[in-house]
Design a protein around this ligand. Structure first.
Ligand code: FES
Length: 129
């Protein structure tokens, strides 16, 4: 279990590890959408970009950005996420309806995965005839 803190709403929500951020926000009456997002959003399929949030703490506790997010958020600060594409695995602080000028934060660079030097196993079989 973990805690999601919605900063503007001054609300803390308990969530299971792996919880979807959009789902937990809506479930707890946290308003993610601006007026246009309320009128028309994709329902959590990563197509509209209206569920954007800023992460101010705990960025490392989230699932990595998806390809859809990389496309939709390419002009947004690195700490911005699409709530519908984000899974929470630890404590985070979230700003809904963020302002790119005031809510941008540095994002810790994830450690590089170690390079593998081993070659894949090659299995050869000889045909017997
Ligand atoms: S709800 Fe449409 S992109 Fe998240």
């Amino acid at each position: 279990m973990t805690v999601i803190k919605f900063v503007k709403e001054n609300k803390e929500v308990v969530a299971a590890n792996g919880a979807n951020l959009r789902f937990k926000a809506l479930e707890n009456q946290v308003d993610l959408y601006t007026f246009s997002g309320k009128m028309m959003n994709c329902g959590g399929y990563g197509q509209c970009g209206t569920c954007v949030v800023a992460i101010t703490e705990g960025f490392e506790n989230l699932s990595p950005r998806t390809a859809v997010e990389n496309q939709k958020l390419k002009r947004k600060p690195a700490n911005f996420r699409l709530a519908c594409q984000t899974l929470v695995n630890g404590e985070v602080s979230v700003i809904t309806k963020p302002n790119p000028k005031t809510d941008a934060r540095e994002v810790p660079v994830p450690a590089e995965a170690p390079e593998t030097t081993s070659q894949p196993d090659v299995v050869t079989t000889e045909a017997t005839g």
